[in-house]
Design a protein around this ligand. Structure first.
Ligand code: ADP
Ligand code: MG
Length: 441
């Protein structure tokens, strides 16, 4: 990189760390600015996962950071080191259906590739795959049900995306039941119910999510019944998802319950621990987060039913790692997942609790001595102050006897790495943390 470009790149990185912390990942240091030309910066990534991440989340942050650093209007583009490119996939995923408004756009992350299977969902996955491939004619309608967050929407979208990929000339309508109901009501108000019906009747594959929304909506049930019969009679495919099995949906007409059960009803169960672990690792990969195995296990064990909760926990840990500039380790993960304290924790309280635990005087902990019996407790205190407070390295150093930021940062690195290997140290950190929190209530 020419010298001028290096400076611009360093400025952009600093700007990102300052104003877009939640976006920054450890591997940003591996990125390179390959061109800065005519209002465009081109940033090169090392692997396809990084490229996907930046294309999905980084465009405006990089543009803003480049703008702030150069004072010019800048567009950010990302590319991939040629030698690391993966074979291109068919991206022709969104095919607007007739009437446009019916076809919801697909989430590119909700594919079969990203859907983790286990005993809880293997059957639903297999039939969904068969329908998407075109070999699941017997599963018509396919009715998928399960509690919130177990992957129904993901699976439905995976079917739609694969189906369009496989059948580029077919018409696939994917929509939430609420959209169906709203569109129908609007069409009735406009006096155009026939136009509304006509759009659906051209469909080869109709996918309706959250069909339990029909509950208690008599006119919409009538309309859906009609659409359903015509499509099924014409040999078209219908896939539905719901939070409940057909007979359990309240205020749903008997004839609709019967229709919904006339094909295949598949239950998506809450994922077991092993599947949750695989999902956490897959989500970490998707968000380009480096996740140690013990932390992945902790997340998988901490959230039982709702897969959405797993992802939220993962992102909370990543956010804390970024804001405290600490690597993701067990103690940091535990802190990120613990309920917040009502009052902010003070660095002085941490020094106090640490000195007490090691049975030394606070004056010694924060004093000049470098003998081992105070050096180690001091490193522990500095680490905990970094973990449990949002104070800067300088502010923490100040409370611990005027130590400079590099001392704090070094202590933090040493303890965080050691705690990973040393179970006793990890318990000790927990104990002091608990004492500090109890004292801060
Ligand atoms: P539902 O529609 O059942 O409420 P979603 O499909 O919206 O649940 O899933 C919630 C989140 O969990 C999404 O981010 C989805 O990608 C993820 N998820 C659920 N099940 C799986 C799975 N088996 N593999 C990968 N991700 C999953
Ligand atoms: Mg859903």
């Amino acid at each position: 990189m020419p010298v001028g470009t290096t400076t611009v790149w360093n400025d952009i990185l600093s700007e990102l760390k300052l104003n877009h912390r939640e976006l920054v990942r450890h591997w940003f240091e591996d990125l390179s600015l390959v061109a800065f030309d005519g209002g465009v910066i081109r940033v090169r990534t090392r692997n396809p996962a990084q490229l996907r991440y930046l294309e999905q989340h980084g465009q405006s942050a990089f543009a803003q950071a480049a703008q702030a650093s150069t004072g010019r209007l800048v567009t950010a583009l990302f590319d991939l080191d040629d030698k690391n490119a993966e074979p291109t996939q068919n991206n022709n995923l969104k095919k607007p259906g007739p009437g446009g408004l019916l076809a919801a756009s697909f989430n590119p992350a909700y594919t079969f590739d990203n859907f983790i299977t286990g005993p809880c969902n293997r059957m639903a996955h297999a039939v969904a795959w068969a329908v998407a491939e075109g070999s699941g004619q017997d599963y018509n309608p396919l009715f998928i049900h399960g509690g919130p967050g177990v992957g129904k929407t993901h699976l439905l979208q995976a079917i739609g995306q694969k189906y369009i990929d496989r059948h580029p000339d077919a018409q696939c309508h994917h929509l939430a039941c609420e959209t169906f109901v709203n569109n129908f009501m609007q069409a009735v108000e406009r006096g155009e119910p026939d136009t509304f019906r006509a759009t659906y009747l051209q469909t080869d594959l109709l996918i309706v999510d959250d069909i339990h929304f029909l509950s208690g909506r008599e006119r919409s049930q009538e309309e859906f019944f009609h659409t359903f019969n015509v499509l099924l009679g014409a040999g078209r495919h219908i896939i539905l998802a719901s939070n409940q099995a057909p007979p359990e949906i309240p205020h749903l007409e008997e004839r609709l319950i019967n229709r919904f059960q006339s094909g295949l009803v598949a239950l998506l169960e809450s994922p077991c621990l092993e599947t949750r672990l695989a999902i956490v690792n897959a989500k970490a990969k998707m968000h380009c987060i480096e996740l140690p195995e013990n932390v992945a296990q902790m997340i998988a064990a901490s959230v039982e039913d709702d897969v959405k909760g797993l992802e939220k926990a993962l992102l909370r840990i990543e956010a804390l790692s970024q804001s405290r500039a600490l690597p993701i380790r067990e103690s940091l993960a535990r802190e990120a997942l613990s309920p917040p304290t009502s009052r902010p924790i003070k660095v002085s309280a941490i020094a106090q609790a640490t000195a007490q635990r090691f049975d030394i005087a606070v004056e010694d902990l924060c004093g000049k001595s470098r003998i081992k019996s105070v050096l180690f407790p001091r490193q522990v205190g500095l680490y905990l102050a970094r973990l449990l407070t949002s104070r800067s390295l300088e502010e923490i150093g100040e409370v611990f006897g005027g130590r400079d930021h590099s001392t704090v940062s070094q202590a933090t690195r040493v303890i965080s790495a050691q705690a990973d290997e040393d179970h006793e140290l990890s318990l000790l950190l927990d104990e002091i943390t608990k004492n500090v929190k109890n004292a801060s209530i």
